[in-house]
Ligand binder design. Structure first.
Ligand code: HEM
Length: 520
């Protein structure tokens, strides 16, 4: 007993010591890099012409809780283009539609690369995917292939049945809870829904055990990887020390473990598809089928589509498709709960259009226009990737009268732009009607509203994501009336954001559902 006690005390001492050393190294590295940069600049004479941006912030502004908010506050003081020195990496933060236009439209070709980090390199199978790879011929080939074969409108429509079935599963789950007066954890259910949809689209099957809305092992894996990709890693900002810092912090080991699990899953699924190319009777073509077929005919593609290329795209679908749609659904329902008049108007619309049919089908969505305004307004206030994907400048250029050196990291604060008082009336409030008589949409043409990004790196899965959100939300409003849990009111719905690459609500959305009288 004593031995056990003393060994666990020693273990915690070691852990504490390790933590102290890491913190000390981090602080020293930040201080050294900042002071070195400043002294170098003060000795240097600035050339005439476009100026260099002064450094106004450091890693501390990005590493803190909710960086989009602290960067927004900084931008209010320093303007829409700011220079931060992130360890050894220079970075600019963009917080206005004009500068975003320069970066993502007029000079997109110079800014459409991604930085290289150990995490990105690992999960992209060494730069073979679409989301994390650097810009170049290989990325262009993959993006072209994915746009035409995977993310096309035809493909989105071909999975209509999958989405409708999974939404029905969700409705049944909610129904069960409501019949026993059990509160419904919508946050959990939305993640299961989108994970099941994406797994069926990608692998042709869902992974929940009992055929209902259960959290699957796969979903845990998605969350683990998203945390690794979106988490703050000090090594990323000190490239020459990255290997060692990632070893000391344990990131490297975690990375290897999660990657192995992900790779094994993909291998298993691909092998299953190879062994039984036609699948079970009634099997619908999924993305693994599509990619394997393309691999067989890869002469037509003009490049060799390897097994690693396939796994890299599967990773993009798997990660891109789960959390984003789920987070958007949670924010939308939370806003509707806080705005009962908007909720009522939306329910009246859906119920009026669908009538007594018993469920909303995708063919109904075209007519349900107020719901689309609600989704726009949700994406404006709760941009799920507040800083979009990090970009990297490929050659020295000039933006807004300032020189931007090659390899500068670029973050566009889409969240701040969408809440800017100068651009939006009453921007902090949820008012879907603001989109009513407006031609502003999220397709990357209006730079004050870019929840899916813009330019060459715009989200290719936009239509998949939006359709999932629309069909799920429409059915939820059609089938049920919603109340806050007993003893709380609409105003108590907590809207605090959680830290992470995907902007989630911090506390789960738990509500009481009451089936509509006319429903079965
Ligand atoms: C509501 C749902 C979604 C939102 C709000 C969203 C948003 C975004 C954003 C902001 C980016 C970064 C754009 C940039 O860096 O400029 C992105 C990239 C991406 N998204 Fe989505 N997304 C959603 C759904 C999906 C889905 C369902 C998929 C796949 C099935 C997907 C796949 C991707 C991929 C592959 C990229 C990387 C594109 C590139 O770097 O070239 N997304 N998404």
């Amino acid at each position: 007993m004593d031995d056990h006690f003393s060994s666990s005390t020693e273990n915690s001492k070691e852990l504490y010591l390790c933590f102290l050393i890491i913190s000390l190294i981090t602080v020293i590295l930040i201080l050294v890099s900042n002071s070195k940069w400043r002294s170098r600049r003060s000795r240097r004479k600035l050339p005439p012409g476009p100026r260099r941006l002064p450094v106004i912030g450091n890693l501390h502004h990005l590493a803190g809780n909710l960086p989009h908010r602290s960067l927004h506050q900084l931008a209010e003081k320093h303007g829409p283009l700011m220079h931060l020195q992130l360890g050894h990496i220079p970075a600019i933060i963009v917080s206005s539609p004009e500068v975003a236009y320069e970066i993502m439209k007029s000079q997109d070709l110079r800014f459409c690369s991604r930085p290289s980090t150990q995490v990105f390199d690992k999960f992209s199978y060494g730069g073979l995917d679409i989301a994390f790879s650097k810009y170049g011929e290989s990325w262009r080939q993959m993006r072209r292939l994915a746009t035409s074969e995977i993310f096309s409108l035809k493909r989105v429509q071909s999975f209509r049945g999958v989405r409708e079935e999974e939404v029905e599963v969700l409705m049944r789950s909610i129904h069960r809870s409501s019949s026993t007066c059990t509160p419904v954890n919508l946050s959990e259910m939305f993640v299961c829904l989108s994970n099941n949809i994406i797994c069926r689209e990608v692998f042709g099957k869902r992974f929940s055990e009992d055929g209902e809305c259960n959290r699957s092992e796969n979903h845990e894996l998605v969350l683990e990887i998203i945390e690794l990709i979106g988490g703050f890693s000090i090594g990323e900002f000190f490239p020459c020390l990255q290997y060692w810092l990632n070893m000391i912090t344990g990131l490297k080991q975690k990375l290897e473990r999660s990657f192995k699990r992900m790779d094994e899953l993909f291998e298993r699924e691909i092998e299953e598809h190879c062994l039984s190319p036609t699948g079970h009777p009634g099997h619908k073509e999924d993305f693994v089928d599509v990619l394997l077929k393309l691999q067989t005919n890869s002469v037509d593609l003009g490049f060799s589509l390897t097994r690693d290329h396939i796994k890299a795209i599967l990773m993009n679908m798997f990660l891109g498709g789960t959390d984003t749609s789920a987070a958007t659904l949670v924010w939308a329902m939370s806003e509707l709960m806080r705005h009962p008049k908007v909720m009522k108007k939306a329910q009246d619309e859906v119920r009026g259009i669908v009538g007594k049919k018993g469920k909303v089908e995708e063919s109904d969505l075209q007519q349900i226009s107020y719901l689309k305004l609600i989704i726009n307004e949700t994406l404006r206030l709760h941009c799920v990737f507040p800083l979009l994907g990090p970009r990297e400048c490929m050659e020295e250029c000039e933006v807004n009268g300032y020189i931007i050196p090659e390899k500068t990291r670029v973050y566009v604060n889409a969240w701040a732009i969408a809440r800017d008082l100068k651009l939006w009336e009453d921007p902090q409030n949820f008012i879907p009607e603001r989109f009513e008589a407006s031609d502003i949409n999220f397709r990357g043409q209006h730079f004050k509203f870019i929840p899916f990004g813009a330019g060459r790196r715009i989200c290719p899965g936009m239509q998949f994501g939006i359709t999932t959100v629309e069909i799920a939300l429409a059915n939820i409003l059609y089938h049920f009336d919603w109340e806050p849990p007993f003893g709380t009111s609409h105003k108590d719905i907590d809207m605090t954001e959680a830290f992470g690459i995907v902007l989630h609500k911090k506390s789960p959305l738990i509500l009481m559902a009451r089936p509509r009288e006319t429903q079965v």
